[in-house]
Design a protein around this ligand. Structure first.
Ligand SMILES: [Zn+2]
Ligand SMILES: [Zn+2]
Length: 265
């Protein structure tokens, strides 16, 4: 039996998959992926428009999230109005990914913080949850989520790679934790601990394609079909069968994003 998983975070832009998103979705479906949350972010709004269009084309399989990645934070002024319009599209289920990245620092940190706050405001205005990217910025991420009332919309901490203390505060804000291929890495002990301990109704799985291919596919470009390996590791850490883990994370994704995927329709 195929697992019935939702990949809650993938980038399917043509620069990553020149063969086109349809082929990637078909391979995912073949592996047992019933839902794909496609993230539309980039230097302009082209990826956001493309993600919304793809989700409209596959209403039973694909949902879109649109936002401005912290790498591109400096672009928000130019795109804010249209981004809000795209975010209102019913095919768009979340605003993201948004957040802070102090590892690459592609945009100045003060700009990243201001833009993150404004985008939480945008999500509150359109009443959709947020997808949060945080890297080497734990304290600032949590204090902005707290200060901007992110609790009102909730959302997902994507590619969870923080510790239990961070997870506790994010859970208190009503957020879900999405585990990527990182949970399959031997060295990621604090992520293993959180994946085993987090409340059952708050865990999700994702690939973050085209990055972070899980073990045993390290070094390959990642794609949604590979979420099966990540899910298997989370199941093992929680002492669940693959079927139980898939049913749990898929219903969590549906509840969090406010829509059903193929499995329920
Ligand atoms: Zn990210
Ligand atoms: Zn991403």
């Amino acid at each position: 039996m195929k697992p019935g998983l939702v990949d809650t975070h993938c980038h399917l832009d043509p620069q990553y998959f020149p063969e086109g998103a349809d082929a990637v979705i078909a391979r995912g479906a073949e592996a047992g992926v019933v839902g794909f949350v496609v993230i539309g972010v980039g230097a302009d709004l082209k990826p956001a428009r493309a993600a919304a269009a793809l989700a409209s084309r596959y209403p039973e399989r694909v949902a879109a999230a649109v936002g401005v990645h912290p790498h591109d934070a400096s672009t928000l002024d130019a795109v804010h109005e249209e981004l809000q319009r795209i975010a209102e599209d019913p095919a768009v289920v979340a605003v993201g990914e948004i957040g802070l990245d102090y590892h690459y620092d592609h945009s100045p940190r003060s700009v990243q913080r201001a833009v993150f706050s404004r985008l939480i405001g945008l999500a509150r205005a359109v009443r959709k949850p947020i997808v949060v990217h945080t890297r080497e910025a734990a304290e600032d991420t949590l204090s902005i989520l707290e200060a901007e009332g992110a609790r009102d919309v909730g959302g997902i901490i994507h590619c969870f790679s923080e510790d239990r203390a961070f997870a506790s505060r994010a859970l208190d804000l009503g957020f879900s934790l999405s585990f990527s291929g990182i949970v399959t890495f031997k060295s990621a002990r604090s992520v293993h601990e959180v994946a085993a301990w987090a409340p059952a109704d708050r865990i999700l799985v994702e690939t973050d394609s085209p990055y972070l291919a899980p073990v045993p596919l390290r070094g390959k470009p990642c794609e949604p079909a590979y979420v099966v390996h990540t899910a298997r590791r989370v199941a093992e850490l929680r002492g669940l069968s693959m079927e139980e883990l898939a049913a749990l994370t898929t219903s969590n994704a549906e509840a969090r994003l406010g829509r059903g995927f193929l499995a329920r329709q």
